[in-house]
Design a protein around this ligand. Sequence first.
Ligand SMILES: C[S@@+](CC[C@H](N)C(=O)[O-])C[C@H]1O[C@@H](n2cnc3c(N)ncnc32)[C@H](O)[C@@H]1O
Length: 141
Amino acid sequence: MGSSSVRRPEDLDVVRESYDRVADNYVEMIAATGLGDIRAQPWLRAAMDAFADAVAGRGPVLDVGCGPGTVTAYLVDRGVDASGVDLSPRMIEHARRLYPQCRFDVASATERTGLRTVAELRLPAAAPIGPVVVLVARREQ
Ligand SMILES: C[S@@+](CC[C@H](N)C(=O)[O-])C[C@H]1O[C@@H](n2cnc3c(N)ncnc32)[C@H](O)[C@@H]1O
């Protein structure tokens, strides 16, 4: 595996532990508020549909920082060859439980894990998800 062009952030473990700690509450919150149901939110659905149309036929898509996998799963339903990675193992546990049909891996955007680092990716698009910005990038073939 080649060396990363992105230096490992000093606070990566702190960030991972923080998201691990809030993962259960985050999953409950997106279920309780309906934020986890993209189809129920016209503006969010429109953004996701526009993204899916924009990347159609451009190869696999990687949802970087996928959390519990809401966006990844929606894109897969739309026929996109999408998978997700997240720094937090607990988020990935939830994603795998909620969407067993999808592929999720624990990985940092700053590490080489068979993926290009985000810094090296030429992003075909970035999808803003309400208060959360989710980068969706083409995965290395
Ligand atoms: C606010 S959550 C959003 C989750 C999901 N994208 C969504 O819209 O529900 C941000 C996510 O980014 C992940 N994250 C933070 N830093 C990361 C990194 N360096 N690499 C991969 N994931 C990271 C966190 O673990 C967390 O799950």
